[in-house]
Ligand binder design. Structure first.
Ligand code: SF4
Ligand code: SF4
Length: 136
């Protein structure tokens, strides 16, 4: 299975070697899509995790025991290519750079789904409603 999950760390849990443990103890392959680490407030990490369902469940239990909350990223962001007019508005709100312009001469807005953390800001700003949310 492959899932995208959001991890929320309290102040006292940011120093735990969780990424190492997820790989070594639970044989999970992961890709960190976004990390916002703050020593004074709640920190957040969005990751795509791949492995067996059983190991995933064990890993979630391990994180819970460390007081790290996990939640599935249930919504998915899609772009309706027939609607997009490549105005570029969404690129200014997309912090992880999932929506971007590669070539300024062409001014074509590209969408890299793997970088998207489903914050939905592009959905709000798109004037032609090309960006939309679907739920798993
Ligand atoms: S805001 Fe909408 S129309 Fe404009 S580039 Fe982004 S997806 Fe396309
Ligand atoms: S939801 Fe839109 S703005 Fe947010 S990360 Fe994904 S593509 Fe970027």
């Amino acid at each position: 299975m492959k899932k995208r999950i959001i991890l929320r760390f309290k102040k006292d849990t940011i120093d735990k070697p969780i990424v190492y443990r997820l790989v070594k103890d639970y044989n999970l392959v992961f890709n960190i899509l976004r990390a916002n680490i703050s020593p004074r407030a709640e920190s957040l990490m969005v990751m795509e995790v791949e492995g067996t369902e059983a190991n995933f469940k064990k890993a979630v239990r391990y994180l819970k025991d460390l007081n790290i909350d996990t939640e599935p990223m249930e919504q998915d962001i899609n772009r309706d290519e027939t609607r997009c007019v490549h105005c570029g508005l969404c690129t200014s709100v997309c912090a992880p750079g999932a929506l971007f312009i590669r070539d300024r001469k062409v001014m074509k807005v590209e969408f890299d789904y793997t970088r998207c953390v489903a914050c939905e800001l592009c959905v709000k700003v798109c004037p032609v409603k090309a960006m939309n949310v679907s739920f798993e």
